[in-house]
Design a protein around this ligand. Sequence first.
Ligand code: ADE
Ligand code: ZN
Length: 315
Amino acid sequence: MYEWLNALPKAELHLHLEGSLEPELLFALAERNKIALPWTDVEALRSAYAFNNLQEFLDLYYQGANVLRTEQDFYDLTWAYLLRCKAQNVIHTEPFFDPQTHTDRGIPFEVVVNGIQQALTDGQEKLGISYGLILSFLRHLSEEQAFVTLDQARPFRDAFIAVGLDSSEMGHPPSKFQRVFDKARSEGYLTVAHAGEEGPPEYIWQALDLLKIERIDHGVRAIEDERLMQRIIDEQIPLTVCPLSNTKLCVFDDMRQHNILEMLERGVKVTVNSDDPAYFGGYVGENFAALYDSLGMTESQARKLAQNSLDARLA
Ligand code: ADE
Ligand code: ZN
């Protein structure tokens, strides 16, 4: 990693805590919880990290999350991520977690939230990293199941700054969750949503108009729709872009094809994020380094991207 990139103060606004589960911790938690794994060792697991699309990744990501069982597990997961933040000068983070990935396996909602929340408060106190936690609904599940999750979150309302929407995008448009998001906003949540990662610009329009989102997670396909681009620029709606994720999931064939700097130069408020760093080959720092190495990012562009991340905070 380049020292000058590392030294830039940054915020991370698109990070799935479950996606920060490194293979070493995954194996350690499996042993602690006496769970048999289908991989012989860490290297065998790492070699399974080759994906042709979002769904292939998600299948492995949900399988990996199965080792997370206790409050201590969720604490350890979150703490390990915060140590990475500290090492890369990420001074603020707004991570997602997917409660349904865990409650559907019989893990109580409070076990998940308490473990994450304790690590985040310790991170603020001991590492000086501020935060806002985002509860994300799984879009491949039903509207009704999202409403159940929103109910489960109510006793912990103060633990969250926003609700989000993730998982399999194609075939699950934002419109499916309009009523859930209406209800969440009536309870004071801000809203964000994954849109335009694999899905069409129409999904970004819906996320803006129906879900009233503050930020677009990914949003790289906005560039296909000029009217949408104008709106995003005029209203300075932030995009939480994840370059390594986009190349690992074949949204772009190659980092040299990535459109983040083109968007930046056109006046879009783009930010750099890691999405699922344990699976995609790096944290925020490695994402910045990839833009420098493969896309010719200049120092002033790097500074602007880092400043955008600080400006686009919700907490
Ligand atoms: N969940 C974890 N990572 C994701 C991504 N990149 N897109 C949609 N859902 C996700
Ligand atoms: Zn994501």
